[in-house]
Design a protein around this ligand. Sequence first.
Ligand code: GLA
Length: 389
Amino acid sequence: MNVNELARQTAMDFKNGSSREPRWIAAAPGRVNVIGEHTDYNDGFVLPMAIERYTVIAASPNNTDRITLRSTAGDGVVTVDLAQPLKPGPKGHWGNYPVGVIAGFVARGVKPPGFDAVFNSTVPFGGGLSSSAALEVATATLLEAATGQTLDPVDKALLCQKAEHEYAGMPCGIMDQFISVMGRESHLLLLDCRSRKPELVPMSDPAMSLLIINTNVKHELTGGEYAKRRAECGQAAMALGVVSLRDVSADMLERARGMMDGTVFRRARHVVSEIERTLHAAEGVRASNWPTVGQLMYASHASLRDDYEVSCPELDAVVDIAGAIGPGGGVIGCRMTGGGFGGCAVALVRTESVADISARLASGYEQRTKIIPSLFVSRPAAGAAVLKG
Ligand code: GLA
Protein backbone atom coordinates (compact mmCIF):
# COMPACT_ATOMS: atom_id res chain seq x y z
CA MET A 1 0.00 0.00 0.00
CA ASN A 2 1.55 3.34 -0.96
CA VAL A 3 1.29 6.43 1.20
CA ASN A 4 -1.69 7.87 -0.69
CA GLU A 5 -3.64 4.62 -0.43
CA LEU A 6 -2.84 4.45 3.27
CA ALA A 7 -4.00 8.06 3.66
CA ARG A 8 -7.29 7.27 1.89
CA GLN A 9 -7.76 4.22 4.10
CA THR A 10 -7.05 6.27 7.24
CA ALA A 11 -9.49 8.99 6.14
CA MET A 12 -12.13 6.29 5.75
CA ASP A 13 -11.31 4.82 9.18
CA PHE A 14 -11.63 8.31 10.62
CA LYS A 15 -14.97 8.87 8.91
CA ASN A 16 -16.30 5.51 10.08
CA GLY A 17 -15.45 6.42 13.68
CA SER A 18 -16.71 10.01 13.73
CA SER A 19 -19.01 10.55 10.71
CA ARG A 20 -16.98 13.48 9.34
CA GLU A 21 -14.05 14.08 7.06
CA PRO A 22 -10.60 14.59 8.58
CA ARG A 23 -9.40 18.17 8.37
CA TRP A 24 -5.71 17.25 8.50
CA ILE A 25 -3.74 14.20 7.38
CA ALA A 26 0.00 13.71 7.97
CA ALA A 27 2.42 10.86 7.21
CA ALA A 28 5.90 9.88 8.39
CA PRO A 29 8.04 6.98 7.14
CA GLY A 30 9.93 4.24 8.96
CA ARG A 31 13.58 3.74 8.08
CA VAL A 32 16.20 1.17 7.36
CA ASN A 33 19.78 1.89 8.35
CA VAL A 34 22.17 0.82 5.60
CA ILE A 35 25.18 1.12 7.93
CA GLY A 36 26.29 3.03 11.06
CA GLU A 37 24.74 1.08 13.93
CA HIS A 38 24.94 2.20 17.55
CA THR A 39 27.06 5.16 16.47
CA ASP A 40 24.46 7.93 16.75
CA TYR A 41 24.67 8.28 20.55
CA ASN A 42 28.47 8.29 20.24
CA ASP A 43 28.44 11.44 18.06
CA GLY A 44 29.33 9.29 15.04
CA PHE A 45 27.93 8.88 11.51
CA VAL A 46 24.88 6.94 10.32
CA LEU A 47 23.65 6.16 6.79
CA PRO A 48 19.91 5.41 6.87
CA MET A 49 17.13 5.89 4.33
CA ALA A 50 13.40 6.41 4.80
CA ILE A 51 11.34 3.46 3.52
CA GLU A 52 8.03 3.20 1.70
CA ARG A 53 6.28 2.19 4.92
CA TYR A 54 4.43 4.89 6.82
CA THR A 55 2.45 5.91 9.83
CA VAL A 56 -0.48 8.10 8.82
CA ILE A 57 -2.61 10.19 11.17
CA ALA A 58 -5.95 11.77 10.23
CA ALA A 59 -7.65 14.26 12.54
CA SER A 60 -10.30 16.96 12.90
CA PRO A 61 -10.88 19.63 15.54
CA ASN A 62 -13.51 18.74 18.15
CA ASN A 63 -13.98 22.18 19.80
CA THR A 64 -13.01 20.87 23.23
CA ASP A 65 -9.87 20.97 25.36
CA ARG A 66 -9.25 17.30 24.69
CA ILE A 67 -7.32 15.28 22.16
CA THR A 68 -8.46 11.73 21.49
CA LEU A 69 -6.12 9.26 19.80
CA ARG A 70 -7.22 5.97 18.30
CA SER A 71 -5.12 3.36 16.54
CA THR A 72 -6.61 1.01 13.97
CA ALA A 73 -4.34 -1.67 15.49
CA GLY A 74 -6.78 -1.69 18.44
CA ASP A 75 -5.91 -0.85 22.03
CA GLY A 76 -8.70 1.58 22.96
CA VAL A 77 -8.71 5.36 22.90
CA VAL A 78 -6.09 7.58 24.54
CA THR A 79 -7.48 10.88 25.82
CA VAL A 80 -5.27 13.90 26.51
CA ASP A 81 -6.76 16.67 28.62
CA LEU A 82 -5.01 19.86 27.51
CA ALA A 83 -6.23 21.69 30.62
CA GLN A 84 -4.14 19.36 32.84
CA PRO A 85 -0.37 18.81 33.02
CA LEU A 86 0.57 15.99 30.61
CA LYS A 87 2.25 12.81 31.80
CA PRO A 88 3.17 9.39 30.40
CA GLY A 89 0.63 6.57 30.48
CA PRO A 90 1.32 2.91 31.35
CA LYS A 91 4.79 1.67 30.34
CA GLY A 92 4.86 0.10 26.89
CA HIS A 93 1.62 1.72 25.68
CA TRP A 94 1.71 3.11 22.11
CA GLY A 95 -0.08 6.27 23.29
CA ASN A 96 3.07 7.43 25.08
CA TYR A 97 4.75 8.35 21.79
CA PRO A 98 2.12 10.78 20.48
CA VAL A 99 1.36 12.11 23.97
CA GLY A 100 5.09 12.82 24.48
CA VAL A 101 5.12 14.79 21.23
CA ILE A 102 2.01 16.78 22.22
CA ALA A 103 3.76 17.54 25.54
CA GLY A 104 6.80 18.76 23.58
CA PHE A 105 4.66 21.25 21.63
CA VAL A 106 2.96 22.44 24.82
CA ALA A 107 6.37 22.87 26.50
CA ARG A 108 7.45 25.11 23.58
CA GLY A 109 4.40 27.26 24.21
CA VAL A 110 2.56 25.92 21.15
CA LYS A 111 -0.74 24.69 22.48
CA PRO A 112 -2.64 22.53 20.00
CA PRO A 113 -6.42 22.74 19.65
CA GLY A 114 -8.56 19.82 20.81
CA PHE A 115 -8.99 17.20 18.08
CA ASP A 116 -9.91 13.57 17.39
CA ALA A 117 -7.32 11.48 15.58
CA VAL A 118 -6.89 8.05 14.05
CA PHE A 119 -3.54 6.33 13.34
CA ASN A 120 -2.77 3.66 10.81
CA SER A 121 0.65 2.19 10.05
CA THR A 122 2.41 -0.07 7.58
CA VAL A 123 5.66 0.06 9.58
CA PRO A 124 5.81 -3.30 11.40
CA PHE A 125 5.71 -2.66 15.14
CA GLY A 126 8.84 -3.69 17.05
CA GLY A 127 10.56 -4.74 13.80
CA GLY A 128 13.57 -2.46 14.07
CA LEU A 129 12.28 -0.18 11.28
CA SER A 130 11.52 2.75 13.59
CA SER A 131 7.81 2.35 14.04
CA SER A 132 8.15 4.56 17.13
CA ALA A 133 9.90 7.39 15.31
CA ALA A 134 7.29 7.21 12.52
CA LEU A 135 4.54 7.55 15.12
CA GLU A 136 6.26 10.49 16.82
CA VAL A 137 7.14 12.31 13.62
CA ALA A 138 3.67 11.76 12.11
CA THR A 139 2.18 13.29 15.27
CA ALA A 140 4.55 16.25 15.16
CA THR A 141 3.75 16.83 11.48
CA LEU A 142 0.03 16.77 12.18
CA LEU A 143 0.52 19.22 15.05
CA GLU A 144 2.39 21.54 12.68
CA ALA A 145 -0.66 21.53 10.41
CA ALA A 146 -3.10 21.92 13.31
CA THR A 147 -1.21 24.80 14.97
CA GLY A 148 0.10 26.50 11.81
CA GLN A 149 3.58 26.47 13.41
CA THR A 150 6.20 24.72 11.33
CA LEU A 151 9.24 23.67 13.32
CA ASP A 152 12.80 23.77 12.11
CA PRO A 153 13.48 20.14 10.97
CA VAL A 154 16.32 19.63 13.48
CA ASP A 155 14.16 20.96 16.35
CA LYS A 156 11.32 18.72 15.21
CA ALA A 157 13.53 15.62 15.26
CA LEU A 158 14.92 16.56 18.69
CA LEU A 159 11.43 17.17 20.10
CA CYS A 160 10.41 13.68 18.95
CA GLN A 161 13.57 12.13 20.41
CA LYS A 162 12.79 13.82 23.74
CA ALA A 163 9.28 12.33 23.65
CA GLU A 164 10.80 8.89 23.25
CA HIS A 165 13.24 9.47 26.15
CA GLU A 166 10.75 10.96 28.54
CA TYR A 167 7.46 9.29 27.63
CA ALA A 168 8.54 5.88 26.33
CA GLY A 169 11.61 5.49 28.57
CA MET A 170 13.87 4.56 25.66
CA PRO A 171 17.20 6.47 25.65
CA CYS A 172 17.51 6.40 21.84
CA GLY A 173 19.93 8.40 19.70
CA ILE A 174 18.85 10.83 16.99
CA MET A 175 19.03 8.73 13.82
CA ASP A 176 15.45 7.48 13.58
CA GLN A 177 13.69 10.78 14.11
CA PHE A 178 16.10 12.63 11.79
CA ILE A 179 15.62 10.29 8.86
CA SER A 180 11.84 10.18 9.33
CA VAL A 181 11.80 14.00 9.17
CA MET A 182 14.49 14.50 6.50
CA GLY A 183 14.38 11.47 4.21
CA ARG A 184 14.55 12.22 0.50
CA GLU A 185 13.41 10.08 -2.43
CA SER A 186 16.31 8.26 -4.16
CA HIS A 187 18.78 9.27 -1.43
CA LEU A 188 20.45 7.89 1.65
CA LEU A 189 21.19 10.38 4.40
CA LEU A 190 24.72 10.56 5.79
CA LEU A 191 24.15 12.19 9.15
CA ASP A 192 26.94 13.56 11.29
CA CYS A 193 25.37 13.02 14.70
CA ARG A 194 27.79 15.49 16.32
CA SER A 195 27.18 18.54 14.14
CA ARG A 196 23.71 17.20 13.20
CA LYS A 197 24.54 18.08 9.62
CA PRO A 198 22.76 15.83 7.12
CA GLU A 199 24.25 15.14 3.70
CA LEU A 200 22.22 13.51 0.95
CA VAL A 201 23.89 10.58 -0.83
CA PRO A 202 22.19 9.68 -4.13
CA MET A 203 21.15 6.03 -4.39
CA SER A 204 19.11 5.58 -7.52
CA ASP A 205 20.96 2.93 -9.54
CA PRO A 206 18.03 0.79 -10.79
CA ALA A 207 20.32 -2.26 -10.96
CA MET A 208 20.67 -2.32 -7.15
CA SER A 209 17.97 -2.80 -4.51
CA LEU A 210 17.76 -2.90 -0.75
CA LEU A 211 15.91 -5.96 0.45
CA ILE A 212 14.56 -5.90 4.00
CA ILE A 213 14.18 -9.22 5.79
CA ASN A 214 12.09 -9.18 8.96
CA THR A 215 13.09 -12.13 11.16
CA ASN A 216 9.71 -11.75 12.86
CA VAL A 217 11.52 -12.03 16.16
CA LYS A 218 10.27 -9.03 18.14
CA HIS A 219 12.87 -6.63 19.33
CA GLU A 220 12.33 -4.88 22.63
CA LEU A 221 14.65 -1.96 23.15
CA THR A 222 13.06 -0.41 26.20
CA GLY A 223 14.52 -3.47 27.98
CA GLY A 224 17.84 -2.61 29.60
CA GLU A 225 20.35 -3.82 26.95
CA TYR A 226 20.31 -0.64 24.86
CA ALA A 227 20.86 1.55 27.92
CA LYS A 228 23.61 -0.81 29.06
CA ARG A 229 25.47 -0.41 25.72
CA ARG A 230 25.18 3.36 25.98
CA ALA A 231 26.62 3.27 29.49
CA GLU A 232 29.53 1.04 28.38
CA CYS A 233 30.36 3.51 25.60
CA GLY A 234 30.33 6.27 28.19
CA GLN A 235 32.73 4.28 30.36
CA ALA A 236 35.11 3.78 27.42
CA ALA A 237 35.05 7.49 26.57
CA MET A 238 35.72 8.36 30.20
CA ALA A 239 38.69 5.95 30.41
CA LEU A 240 40.09 7.58 27.25
CA GLY A 241 39.46 11.10 28.55
CA VAL A 242 37.31 12.15 25.58
CA VAL A 243 33.79 13.55 25.28
CA SER A 244 32.62 10.69 23.08
CA LEU A 245 33.95 7.76 21.06
CA ARG A 246 33.80 9.97 17.95
CA ASP A 247 37.08 11.44 19.20
CA VAL A 248 38.85 8.08 19.25
CA SER A 249 40.92 6.44 16.49
CA ALA A 250 41.51 2.69 16.22
CA ASP A 251 45.19 3.21 17.23
CA MET A 252 44.30 5.30 20.25
CA LEU A 253 41.86 2.66 21.40
CA GLU A 254 44.33 -0.19 20.91
CA ARG A 255 46.95 1.67 22.96
CA ALA A 256 44.44 2.17 25.79
CA ARG A 257 43.33 -1.47 25.82
CA GLY A 258 44.76 -2.14 29.30
CA MET A 259 42.91 0.85 30.77
CA MET A 260 39.48 -0.68 30.49
CA ASP A 261 37.49 -3.81 31.07
CA GLY A 262 37.53 -6.29 28.13
CA THR A 263 33.80 -5.94 27.41
CA VAL A 264 33.98 -2.15 27.44
CA PHE A 265 36.98 -2.35 25.06
CA ARG A 266 35.03 -4.49 22.59
CA ARG A 267 32.02 -2.17 22.71
CA ALA A 268 34.31 0.77 21.91
CA ARG A 269 36.05 -1.20 19.15
CA HIS A 270 32.69 -1.74 17.47
CA VAL A 271 31.79 1.96 17.63
CA VAL A 272 35.17 3.25 16.44
CA SER A 273 35.35 0.78 13.54
CA GLU A 274 31.68 1.30 12.60
CA ILE A 275 32.15 5.06 12.29
CA GLU A 276 35.01 4.39 9.82
CA ARG A 277 32.95 1.84 7.91
CA THR A 278 30.04 4.24 7.60
CA LEU A 279 32.18 6.96 6.01
CA HIS A 280 33.72 4.44 3.60
CA ALA A 281 30.32 3.02 2.72
CA ALA A 282 28.99 6.51 1.91
CA GLU A 283 31.97 6.98 -0.44
CA GLY A 284 31.25 3.55 -1.92
CA VAL A 285 27.61 4.42 -2.59
CA ARG A 286 28.63 7.72 -4.21
CA ALA A 287 31.05 5.84 -6.48
CA SER A 288 28.64 2.92 -7.10
CA ASN A 289 31.40 0.71 -5.71
CA TRP A 290 28.93 -1.98 -4.63
CA PRO A 291 31.41 -4.75 -3.72
CA THR A 292 33.05 -2.43 -1.18
CA VAL A 293 29.70 -1.39 0.28
CA GLY A 294 28.74 -5.07 0.55
CA GLN A 295 31.95 -6.04 2.35
CA LEU A 296 31.47 -3.16 4.80
CA MET A 297 27.94 -4.39 5.53
CA TYR A 298 29.20 -7.90 6.35
CA ALA A 299 31.98 -6.44 8.52
CA SER A 300 29.43 -4.27 10.33
CA HIS A 301 27.33 -7.32 11.09
CA ALA A 302 30.30 -9.30 12.43
CA SER A 303 31.26 -6.41 14.69
CA LEU A 304 27.69 -6.01 16.01
CA ARG A 305 27.51 -9.76 16.60
CA ASP A 306 30.92 -10.32 18.21
CA ASP A 307 32.00 -7.03 19.78
CA TYR A 308 28.74 -5.22 20.47
CA GLU A 309 26.69 -8.39 21.08
CA VAL A 310 23.35 -7.04 19.87
CA SER A 311 22.58 -9.64 17.19
CA CYS A 312 20.64 -12.87 17.74
CA PRO A 313 20.71 -16.34 16.13
CA GLU A 314 17.87 -15.45 13.73
CA LEU A 315 19.63 -12.33 12.40
CA ASP A 316 22.88 -14.30 12.10
CA ALA A 317 21.00 -16.98 10.15
CA VAL A 318 19.75 -14.41 7.60
CA VAL A 319 23.25 -12.97 7.13
CA ASP A 320 24.78 -16.47 6.79
CA ILE A 321 22.23 -17.51 4.17
CA ALA A 322 22.69 -14.23 2.28
CA GLY A 323 26.47 -14.75 2.34
CA ALA A 324 26.07 -18.29 1.00
CA ILE A 325 23.96 -17.02 -1.92
CA GLY A 326 26.78 -14.54 -2.54
CA PRO A 327 27.54 -12.24 -5.46
CA GLY A 328 27.02 -15.08 -7.96
CA GLY A 329 23.38 -15.23 -6.86
CA GLY A 330 23.06 -11.43 -6.70
CA VAL A 331 23.67 -10.74 -2.97
CA ILE A 332 26.34 -8.06 -2.48
CA GLY A 333 26.08 -7.47 1.28
CA CYS A 334 23.87 -8.09 4.30
CA ARG A 335 23.70 -7.05 7.94
CA MET A 336 21.33 -6.63 10.84
CA THR A 337 19.78 -3.17 10.97
CA GLY A 338 18.48 -1.05 13.86
CA GLY A 339 18.98 -1.65 17.54
CA GLY A 340 19.23 -5.45 17.27
CA PHE A 341 18.07 -8.43 19.39
CA GLY A 342 15.65 -9.35 16.59
CA GLY A 343 13.88 -7.19 14.04
CA CYS A 344 15.25 -6.84 10.52
CA ALA A 345 18.28 -7.44 8.37
CA VAL A 346 19.01 -5.46 5.22
CA ALA A 347 20.65 -6.85 2.09
CA LEU A 348 22.14 -5.03 -0.88
CA VAL A 349 21.11 -7.11 -3.90
CA ARG A 350 20.98 -7.02 -7.69
CA THR A 351 17.47 -5.96 -8.69
CA GLU A 352 17.21 -8.60 -11.42
CA SER A 353 17.65 -11.35 -8.77
CA VAL A 354 15.28 -10.00 -6.08
CA ALA A 355 12.59 -12.67 -6.59
CA ASP A 356 15.08 -15.54 -6.58
CA ILE A 357 17.03 -14.19 -3.58
CA SER A 358 13.82 -13.59 -1.60
CA ALA A 359 12.66 -17.17 -2.20
CA ARG A 360 16.04 -18.63 -1.21
CA LEU A 361 16.34 -16.46 1.91
CA ALA A 362 12.78 -17.23 3.01
CA SER A 363 13.08 -21.00 2.62
CA GLY A 364 16.61 -21.19 4.11
CA TYR A 365 15.53 -19.08 7.09
CA GLU A 366 12.39 -21.07 7.70
CA GLN A 367 14.34 -24.32 7.55
CA ARG A 368 16.86 -23.08 10.10
CA THR A 369 14.56 -21.31 12.54
CA LYS A 370 11.04 -22.67 11.89
CA ILE A 371 9.91 -19.04 11.63
CA ILE A 372 8.37 -17.53 8.48
CA PRO A 373 10.12 -14.24 7.67
CA SER A 374 8.62 -11.22 5.88
CA LEU A 375 10.59 -9.71 3.01
CA PHE A 376 10.14 -6.55 0.99
CA VAL A 377 12.11 -4.17 -1.17
CA SER A 378 11.98 -0.44 -0.60
CA ARG A 379 13.36 2.45 -2.55
CA PRO A 380 14.67 5.40 -0.51
CA ALA A 381 11.54 7.41 0.30
CA ALA A 382 10.68 11.01 1.20
CA GLY A 383 10.42 12.15 4.81
CA ALA A 384 7.32 13.26 6.71
CA ALA A 385 4.70 15.40 5.00
CA VAL A 386 1.33 17.01 5.56
CA LEU A 387 -0.98 15.33 3.04
CA LYS A 388 -4.03 17.43 3.87
CA GLY A 389 -4.25 20.63 5.84
C1 GLA B 1 17.65 2.37 17.76
C2 GLA B 1 17.75 3.81 18.25
C3 GLA B 1 18.68 4.62 17.33
C4 GLA B 1 20.02 3.93 17.14
C5 GLA B 1 19.82 2.46 16.76
C6 GLA B 1 21.11 1.70 16.70
O1 GLA B 1 17.00 2.32 16.52
O2 GLA B 1 16.48 4.40 18.26
O3 GLA B 1 18.86 5.92 17.88
O4 GLA B 1 20.82 4.06 18.28
O5 GLA B 1 18.95 1.79 17.65
O6 GLA B 1 21.91 2.19 15.67
